[in-house]
Design a protein around this ligand. Structure first.
Ligand code: ZN
Length: 394
């Protein structure tokens, strides 16, 4: 087990730690603030080698578009550059999700065209995005429900557009149809195999629990849009499922990657405790039960201890993704301990050390597996109270 991560060399937070913020921003004399421009220039050169045949948010050019929007959200030239990166004229019409499919570039394209004042393009892209919904709203289709390839990933794209484009482009009835398909699908599976919780989901014949492919990611998204859910669904479907998940916790405080898998191995956004931080923080906001905040905080302790992964620095399965968990905890609790931990993990990523990356990622420049994700974290951590895991937190 110890071979998966480096022993955390940082002392934990104490009240003697210096204040990291001035006026809500990372202090200007912190290395990540001081060196940010140089780092941006250095990485921008490397990004030119990106494989343009992959247009996804997860590993391709649309992820770089999000990064550019993050860096320079009001510059029309940057927005046009980001638009080009989406490859909207050569989408394959296959996958449905924000992170790995056409729904990502379409949703970002709608946002960008809205910012650039191209209302005809906005309408055209909205109808293309809606046309992907056939399998999503059909519970009989073989579409999974998880984030990367399933219904939750499509729902995220729709909610992303509704968040950034006013007046609202997708009506409440349409959003509810998608949510209903996710709930019906979860209920059917739970009933068919007599699970002890009202909702269950599978992907590739496993009952995954983590953020990327599993139940915690799906429920986190639903809780973020609780206004679409009747109290009955919140209290009788979602809450008991979350409570069931808490019974699956390892003695270490970590969570299994899937049900019945008793190897306490993964501490990364896609599998294990990191995804549960988001679910429990959101459950606390919705149900106001402090036990959820306690569970989230205990997940944070696991990440602090075991989250400096030998696998590398990515946001999906690396240290940058784990840094985001502490930002979520900081936003939910306002406790300086979590901000301290986030900044220490970000410093670990910032002081890149080849020996800290045992496996080089398949897409070393991309948002979810590579450099772009780390850079996104450095930008986000400048204003830690506003940081959001890209493509996951609305
Ligand atoms: Zn991953």
């Amino acid at each position: 087990m110890s071979s998966k991560y480096f022993k955390n060399p940082f002392p934990d937070y104490s009240e003697n730690c210096p204040d990291f913020l001035e006026g809500g921003r990372l202090r200007s004399d912190h290395p990540i603030a001081l060196e940010l421009d140089n780092k941006w220039k250095e990485i921008e050169v490397k990004l030119q080698a990106l494989d343009c045949s992959d247009y996804s948010v997860y590993t391709g050019t649309s992820g770089i578009a999000l990064l550019k929007m993050k860096r320079d959200p009001t510059n029309a030239n940057t927005l046009r550059e980001a638009l080009m990166l989406l490859s909207l004229n050569r989408l394959k019409g296959k996958r449905h999700t924000f992170l790995c499919g056409d729904a990502g570039p379409l949703a970002i394209g709608i946002h960008l065209n809205h910012l650039l004042g191209n209302s005809e393009q906005v309408d055209l892209l909205c109808s293309k995005l809606k046309s992907l919904s056939q399998d999503v709203v059909n519970v009989q289709s073989d579409l999974p429900n998880e984030y990367l390839y399933g219904r939750a990933g499509y729902l995220y794209a729709i909610l992303y557009v509704n968040k950034y484009v006013m007046p609202q482009k997708f009506d409440d009835e349409f959003v509810r149809l998608i949510i209903e398909a996710i709930l019906v699908s979860g209920r059917n599976l739970s009933k068919a195999f007599s699970f002890k919780c009202p909702l269950m989901y599978e992907w590739h014949e496993s009952y995954y629990l983590g953020a990327a492919h599993g139940v915690s990611g799906i429920l986190y998204l639903l809780l973020q849009v609780k206004q679409y859910l009747p109290d009955d669904d919140l209290l009788n479907l979602i809450k008991p499922t979350i409570d069931y998940l808490t019974t699956q916790r390892f003695p270490s405080g970590n969570f299994p990657s899937s049900l019945g898998r008793d190897v306490d191995r993964y501490v990364q956004w896609c599998h294990g405790a990191p995804g549960f931080v988001y679910l429990f923080c959101e459950a606390y906001k919705v149900f106001h039960d402090p036990k959820y905040l306690q569970l989230a905080s205990e997940c944070g302790d696991v990440i602090w201890e075991r989250g400096l992964l030998k696998k590398g620095y990515s946001i999906c399965h690396g240290v940058a993704g784990n840094a985001y968990c502490f930002l979520e905890l900081y936003q939910s609790t306002k406790e300086p301990k979590h901000l301290y931990r986030a900044i220490k993990f970000a410093e670990w990523c910032f002081d890149y050390n080849k020996e800290h990356e045992e496996l080089s990622p398949d897409r070393p420049l991309s948002l979810y597996e590579g450099l772009a994700g780390r850079l996104y974290l450095y930008l986000d951590i400048q204003k830690p109270a506003e940081a959001k895991f890209p493509g996951f937190t609305l």
